[in-house]
Each structure stands twice: as structure tokens, then as C-alpha cells.
Design a binder for this molecule. Structure first.
Ligand code: AMP
Ligand code: GLY
Length: 424
């Protein structure tokens, strides 16, 4: 069959890489893709309108479209494809609200008894300020809508929280995504990512993972899309896994079905493991990036039938999914300056040397071709990933891969997996 993948990041490179291993797949296309994806798939420009892409998919007999990022999901790409009878993996527009509206997600959690930070939503600055004053404790201030992972601002002091509200509601730093703000209590604990595939009623959990959101070592610096990830995450014990499935995942999926908006696709639950149990920080309606880079290499089974089963509502028939026992680690190599402004167009060398290291796969994010060269084209440039016996070895191999690769002003964290290594 022919498959189309939508997106251009490290997550999409990993999806294309995994799908290409399926015996059922004869050809993969990716819109718009990147330089790494272009080595294993045919890339095409992403049209402005989903209907144009659906026209193209129809004419090319694309059997399955896999949508990587949240933005097209929230804008209804799956609705456009499904209306034409084209199979597209991911939630429809209404279901994607779980990520696209933090207020919607919070309401769903409240109505279904899912544990999360106490919160209130505001459109009015004065009312938000009064709430913060009344709280008199550290809060997190969040743009309600999609803000490319940047719309969350800590408000640990009164002044910081007020400034965050102004940035979002008045300065409109995140555009329409900041028409309202969610203000919530700060949760203390260790974070973990919990990912499941779902067909709207049945859920198939992935192995556990954890990412590193802050830009610099020791979890300092700024919040980013993610500077690295590893799997498994020892913080998710088997007991915690069962608890999250029973008290978070199924109540969410059932809650969505109950309101007539069944959620099909990837549900990614961002959790804070607090002293009083796991609490939901956020829902995402797609694979995490860079979590996908460590989750998909650990999946031994063919991904294609699983994705199709999510669309067809037959995921319960796939209880026999197989995983590799090896651990996986991904170190993100970014452009110096990221997440603030950075330069692009830097020539990247050593990619093949890194790929040749045992267990290492280099997944591209912000890369493009410039003549003969592969050059940087984004903030997160590469996700150097390794799979090996035990986390310690996986991390070591990933860093060997990083040492083989060069571009000007590279920035990466040196401590990916530090929490897990402390536990082992
Ligand atoms: P989100 O996009 O909502 O996951 O927020 C991005 C990051 O901000 C999370 O991964 C956490 O590190 C942090 N964060 C968000 N909400 C809270 C909270 N209520 N308490 C503590 N940290 C938070
Ligand atoms: N790595 C976090 C995310 O994909 O949202």
C-alpha cells in the first residue's frame, strides 16, 4: 500500500522510518518532510488547503494518511480526509480539542474525576489578577489554545504571574491561542509521558518514556519542545501504569465518547507524579516529539495494522503487540540559541558516521538540502537516537552518535536520562 505522512519533524522522520519497515508498505510520501525523510520517502510540498492534499491522496490511491503534528489535526485535516472515505490516522477536529483547548481538557477532567491541577480560566485581565492575588501561591499561566509548546509560563511570584497574564491576554504573544488563559496551581514532582493508541473505546498503551523540556543541563534554561527523551521511564512502575490506565486514560476516552466526540489516534498524557499520586499536566493528541523517537524504535510489531485498527475501531483484536526489551535514548541536537532566535543554513557533517554506530539512528527535524549539503533549517535539528541493552548503554551510544556529527553553534544537553540513571 501507499502511505502519506504529514509533518516535517523528528517525530515524522521516525514515523516514516518505522512505517517503511512494514512488509505491507510499497511507497511512502511525506508532506512536507525534511532532508532525512527525503532519503526514505518521496517528499511533496504541503498545500495550503487540506482539500488539495486530499485530492492528491485520492488520485494517488493513498491507503493510509498518518498526521504527525497537532496543528493540522486541530484544523480538521482528518475530517476532510474521512468525508471522502480516505483513511486518516488521528483525531478529528472536535476530538483534537483535548489538546487544542486547555479549558476543554480541564472540563473533561473535572467531569470524569481525573486528577489534575486546580485551575480557573479567564478572558478578563482584572479577574485573572484578582484570582492570582487570592491564590497567594506559585501558579502556571497557560494560553488556552495551541502555541507550539511555548504557551506555558511559570508564575512563581505574584509579579511573574501578572506579567504572564499580560503577555498572553494583552500583548497577544501567542495570537488567538491567548484569547483566554488557564491559571493553575503549580504541581511538584517528576514528569512522565504516557502514550496510548486508541480507536475511541479500546486503548493500547505504549512503553513508558520521559522527555527533557528545559533547554540546558540540570533542567535549567527555557522551556523547549523537548531536548531529548528516553524509554523506559522507571518512574512509571507497573502499579502506576495500571493506575494511569484505569484512572486517567480510560476515563478520558470514555468521557470523550460520552459527549459524542470519540477520540481516535494517539493520546499522549503529560503527567506529574506528585506525592499524592499522578496528576495530568496536559493532553496531546499526537505522539510526543522527541518521545516518538524512543517509542517507535522499541515497537517490534508492524505499526501499519495498529494505525488502521485505530481508524476502523478494531484495536481490541491487537492484544499481541510485541516490544523490544532494549532501552532507547534520544539526544536532540539544536541550533545554538534555540528556543530563542537562531541561525539556519549551517552545513551538517558526520551524519553517515553517526548512523553507522551500533544501535544509532539519526532522525532529522529541522534539516534541508542546500545543493549537495544537508543544512540546518530549524531550532531542533536532529534527534540522535540509540537502542541498546539497558538505558545506560543506550544513552552512551546516542552520545557517541552526537560526537560524530558537527555543525556550527550546535547545542545539546549532556545529561539526557539523568533521573533514570540515578534510579538504576
Ligand atoms: P504543558 O504544555 O501544559 O505540559 O506545560 C509545559 C511544561 O510546563 C510541563 O511539561 C511542565 O514542565 C510545566 N508545567 C505545566 N503546568 C504545570 C503545573 N501545573 N505545575 C508544574 N509544572 C507545570
Ligand atoms: N515533547 C513534548 C511534546 O511533544 O509535547
Amino acid at each position: 500500500m501507499k502511505i502519506l505522512v504529514v509533518g516535517q519533524g523528528g517525530r515524522e522522520h521516525t514515523l516514516v522510518w518505522k512505517l517503511a519497515q512494514s512488509r505491507r508498505v510499497e511507497k511512502i510520501y511525506c508532506a512536507p518532510g525534511n532532508a532525512g525523510i527525503a532519503q526514505i520517502a518521496e517528499t511533496l510540498p504541503m498545500p495550503d488547503r487540506f482539500t488539495d492534499l486530499a485530492d492528491w491522496a485520492e488520485s494517488e490511491n493513498i491507503a493510509l494518511t498518518v498526521v504527525g503534528p497537532e496543528a493540522p489535526l486541530a484544523e480538521g485535516i482528518v475530517d476532510v480526509f474521512s468525508e471522502r472515505g480516505l483513511k486518516a490516522f488521528g483525531p478529528d477536529k472536535r476530538a483534537a480539542r483535548l489538546e487544542a483547548s486547555k479549558d476543554f481538557a480541564k472540563q473533561l477532567m473535572l467531569e470524569n474525576g481525573i486528577s489534575t491541577a486546580e485551575h480557573q480560566t479567564f478572558t478578563d485581565v482584572e479577574a485573572a489578577m484578582a484570582y492570582i492575588e487570592d491564590q497567594n501561591r506559585p501558579v502556571f499561566v497557560k494560553a488556552n489554545g495551541l502555541a507550539a509548546g511555548k504557551g506555558v509560563i511559570p508564575g512563581r511570584t505574584f509579579k511573574e504571574a501578572l506579567q504572564a497574564v499580560k503577555t498572553i491576554l494583552v500583548d497577544k504573544a501567542f495570537g488567538d491561542a491567548g484569547d483566554s488563559v488557564v491559571i493553575e496551581e503549580e504541581l511538584i514532582g517528576e514528569e512522565a509521558s504516557f502514550t496510548v493508541l486508541t480507536d475511541g473505546s479500546h486503548c493500547l498503551p505504549f512503553v513508558s518514556s520521559q522527555d527533557h523540556k528545559m533547554s540546558h543541563d540540570g533542567d535549567t534554561g527555557k522551556n523547549t519542545g523537548g531536548m531529548g527523551a528516553y524509554s523506559p521511564a522507571p518512574v512509571i512502575t507497573p502499579e502506576l501504569h495500571d493506575y494511569v490506565m484505569q484512572h486517567v486514560v480510560y476515563p478520558t476516552i470514555n468521557g470523550m465518547a460520552d459527549i459524542g466526540s470519540p477520540f481516535k489516534g494517539v493520546l499522549y498524557v503529560g503527567l506529574m507524579i506528585t506525592d499524592t499520586g499522578p496528576k495530568v499536566l496536559e493532553f496531546n493528541c499526537r505522539f510526543g516529539d522527541p518521545e516518538a523517537q524512543v517509542l517507535l524504535p522499541r515497537l517490534k510489531s508492524d505499526l501499519v495494522p495498529l494505525l488502521i485498527a485505530c481508524i476502523d475501531g478494531t484495536l481490541a483484536d491487537h492484544a499481541d503487540v510485541q516490544w523490544h526489551d532494549e532501552a532507547a535514548a534520544c539526544v536532540v541536537m539544536a541550533s545554538g540559541g534555540y528556543p530563542d532566535p537562531y541561525q539556519t543554513g549551517e552545513i551538517i557533517t558526520g551524519l553517515e558516521d553517526a548512523d553507522a554506530i551500533e544501535g544509532v539512528s539519526v532522525f532529522h527535524a529541522g534539516t534541508t538540502h542546500d545543493g549537495e549539503n544537508i543544512v540546518t533549517a530549524g531550532g531542533r535539528v536532529l534527534g540522535v537516537t540509540a537502542i541498546a541493552d539497558g538505558l545506560h548503554n543506550a544513552i552512551q551510544q546516542a552520545y557517541k552518535g552526537v560526537s560524530a556529527i558537527h555543525f556550527n553553534k550546535t547545542h545539546f544537553r549532556n545529561d539526557i536520562g539523568h533521573r533514570a540513571l540515578k534510579k538504576s
